[in-house]
Design a binder for this molecule. Structure first.
Ligand SMILES: *[C@@H]1O[C@H](CO)[C@@H](O)[C@H](O)[C@H]1NC(C)=O
Ligand SMILES: *[C@@H]1O[C@H](CO)[C@@H](O)[C@H](O)[C@H]1NC(C)=O
Ligand SMILES: *[C@@H]1O[C@H](CO)[C@@H](O)[C@H](O)[C@H]1NC(C)=O
Length: 219
């Protein structure tokens, strides 16, 4: 894992060194690649992004102990933030202590599951994600990755500093229905928890039990 990070950093360094036009220094922040084959739906980290059960957002999470403006040979930032900030994925050990002790961290997740085509579905805006709602969505067998877009997106909850416990997520019967009746291995949702607030831990337990199903967050 670390080795890959180093290799990527090295590649990034090579790429930037080929940018010779110093007049037009606007960082590219692309969200679309290969004519829409790849979308970057990750959130940009900033101090006002929401944190679970907090009124104040994540606050300062980035420092610059080494700065070229102070005479350092390079800029070198330091970060400190909860692992569940913004767009993230849950490790199996998140809600199962024996998985945690056995080392089921995010590095134990299968990259084949985390990468590939995904289906974006709109959840009826008047409900949490229950068994009944899932049945009505008619997600075909064989679909492995689904992003559930809900009322959270309409309410722009990921762009509000103050945590809102009325967000939409999975109820326990919804989580069970998905596990038992679909081929979905990756569940994405548009706020800080896959489980609705009233079923916080029970819904997580259903998803993470077999150590395969995960979730990510998006806009
Ligand atoms: C470098 O300067 C900035 C302000 O320009 C300051 O915030 C930062 O702490 C300084 N870092 C060091 C290592 O002196
Ligand atoms: C380098 O540090 C300066 C502050 O000294 C900062 O304004 C600039 O954004 C940093 N550049 C990078 C690439 O982090
Ligand atoms: C979803 O459930 C939460 C509690 O878990 C509740 O506050 C919220 O109003 C529900 N949302 C909808 C659209 O039913």
């Amino acid at each position: 894992m670390n080795y890959q990070a180093v290799a990527l950093a090295f590649m990034a360094a090579i790429c930037t060194s080929t940018v010779i036009d110093d007049e037009n220094l606007i960082p590219p922040r692309r969200e679309l690649y290969d004519n829409g084959r790849i979308f970057d739906i990750t959130h940009r980290y900033h101090p006002d992004m929401p944190e679970f059960e907090s009124k104040n957002g994540i606050g300062q999470f980035l420092w610059l102990p080494k700065s070229m403006k102070n005479g350092s040979i390079a800029n070198n930032s330091e970060m400190k933030l909860p692992a569940h900030t913004g767009t993230h994925v849950d490790a199996p050990g998140h809600v199962y202590d024996h998985y945690f002790d056995a080392g089921f961290d995010v590095d134990s997740l299968d990259l084949h599951v985390l990468n590939g085509p995904a289906l974006l579905v709109d959840v009826p805006r008047n409900s949490n994600i229950t068994a009944e709602v899932l049945k009505s969505l008619n997600i075909p067998r064989g679909v492995k990755r689904v992003l559930f877009r809900t009322l959270n997106t309409d309410r722009r909850l990921m762009f509000q500093k103050e945590f809102d416990s009325n967000y939409v997520g999975f109820t326990v019967d919804g989580a069970k229905w998905l596990v038992e009746n679909t081929d979905i291995k990756l569940v994405g949702i548009d706020y800080l928890s896959v489980a609705s607030y009233d079923y916080l831990i029970p819904s997580h337990l259903v998803f993470l039990k077999d150590r395969v199903r995960k979730r990510v967050f998006y806009f």
